[in-house]
Design a protein around this ligand. Structure first.
Ligand code: PMP
Length: 448
């Protein structure tokens, strides 16, 4: 066999080779079809092979693909920033464009710190985050992340930023339960601020719904309104990491709308270009930009590909497509349909402990014993087995387990927003078959 040169996630593993995609299906070189129930990495929100986007791509490529942002601005980049602001809560955001979600959160951190520096408050430079969170793979983003597995090798090189309790109601980290808990997990932020001192803290960052590090952990209504009030009380900026939830997926353009919250900064990625081009954004409220505009008038952030017209034109076409086809409402409607289907599945499958999420960002947590919530031992590799079995059946779902972070085994089910009810029926059918086969392999009881 020829030697390999491409570093893939698991070295030595044989991955199928993609040929093409259409709608919610992907097809490999052997002609096998896959129902993309994870939108790749919760990215391909409008499905594959959409002609409008291909047309926009070609049109811009025919004009100019790249200019450097210190030499030119471009109509697509200007229009994209204006469009994002129009769609966002409060409609008063600036945007800085980058190429990935990690860059978007890291840039948000830097702008938050700069916001305070411009006012002479140089001590405010820590960022609080939550355990069981993921904000990206670069060192700054990883410093703000609670994803133990992804941090572990680099811990000595990371900033030791403070973390607070995640809103993980199924296994409450504070051993309480909603609603009698009074959302003590939100108040944990205030406790941390008091202990550290607000004069040392620039911002708090959170994913509206925790994705890869928790399997669609969804806080109770009002949680983010409480968080925002705490941030305001102590002069912290609130960064919403909407890289996974952003642009429609949860049944709202921005997931923060569910709680009526206008974040100070928003990180976007994945769904904003739906995978048609690497494109991400850090959105910044007027009031956060104000001291920078009055001060150095320059945001200390970069990246060669920032705001390149090619990617901007593609992302703009994606946003227009989402609007024109009513995909936000569709994500809400189809999400309710899928949630009901998965809950129905759970009724008959004893190893499903919890089904959660919003819109088309849903999570399933698996347990060995539903009554005690005892997880499967790590050695059973349950999540990998489910993913692998589903793949064999032509169904793609996304792993979200983090045994060391307190969640056992979980997957994300997050198909493109264009999925039909018939395709959701097929999704549920394939998923049930995959889970049942894994249960048989493990000798788990197959009836509740
Ligand atoms: N934030 C969140 C919430 C994410 O889900 C991800 C990616 N899984 C990132 C940041 C990092 O994005 P990227 O992989 O594009 O760097």
């Amino acid at each position: 066999m020829q030697r390999e040169h491409l570093i893939k996630p698991l070295l030595g593993h044989k991955y199928p080779t993609i040929a093409y995609g259409q709608g919610v299906f992907l097809y490999d070189e052997d002609g096998k079809a896959y129902l993309d129930a994870s939108s790749g990495a919760i990215t391909a929100g409008i499905g594959h092979g959409v002609q409008d986007i291909i047309d926009a791509m070609q049109e811009q490529a025919g004009k100019v693909s790249f200019v450097y942002r210190s030499q030119f601005t471009s109509k697509p980049a200007e229009a994209l920033a204006a469009k994002l602001s129009d769609l966002a809560p409060g409609q008063d955001y600036w945007s800085f464009f980058v190429g990935s979600g990690s860059e978007a959160t890291e840039t948000a951190m830097k702008i938050a710190i700069q916001h305070w520096q411009e006012q002479g408050r140089h001590g405010k430079n820590k960022v609080i985050s939550r355990r069981m969170s993921y904000h990206g793979i670069t060192m700054g983003a990883l410093s703000m992340s609670g994803h133990t597995l992804r941090r572990r090798r680099f811990v000595p090189l990371l900033e030791d930023f403070p973390v607070v309790a995640p809103p993980y109601c199924y296994r409450c980290p504070l051993h309480s339960s909603y609603p009698s808990c009074g959302m003590a997990c939100a108040d944990d932020l205030e406790t941390a601020i008091r202990r550290i001192g607000a004069e040392h803290i620039a911002a708090f960052i959170a994913e509206p719904i925790v994705g890869a590090a928790g399997g669609a952990l969804t806080p109770p209504p009002g949680y983010y309104a409480r968080i925002k009030a705490i941030c305001e009380r102590h002069e912290l900026l609130f960064i919403a990491d909407e890289v996974m939830t952003g642009i429609g997926r949860t049944g709202a353009m921005f997931a923060m709308e569910h709680d009526g919250v206008e974040p100070d900064l928003i990180a976007l990625g994945k769904g904003m270009s739906a995978g048609y081009t690497p494109m991400a954004a850090t959105m910044v409220k007027d009031r956060v930009m104000a001291p920078i505009l009055q001060g150095s008038r320059s945001v200390m952030a970069g990246h060669t590909y920032s705001a390149n017209p090619q990617s901007a034109a593609v992302a703009l076409a994606v946003l227009r497509y989402i609007e024109q086809h009513g995909l936000v409402q569709q994500a809400a409607d189809r999400g309710r349909y899928l949630l009901a289907k998965l809950q129905q599945l759970a009724g008959g499958i004893p190893i499903i402990g919890d089904v959660r999420g919003k819109g088309l960002l849903l999570g399933i947590e698996f347990v060995r014993d539903r009554a005690t919530k005892e997880p499967f031992p790590e050695a059973a590799g349950l999540t990998s087995r489910v993913i692998e079995k589903a793949l064999q059946k032509g169904l793609l779902v996304y792993p979200a387990s983090g045994a060391i972070d307190g969640v056992g085994d979980a997957i994300l089910v997050a198909p493109p927003m264009v999925i039909t009810e018939a395709e959701l029926d097929l999704l549920a059918e394939l998923l049930e078959a995959a889970i049942r086969e894994v249960m048989e392999e493990l000798g788990a009881p197959t009836a509740p």
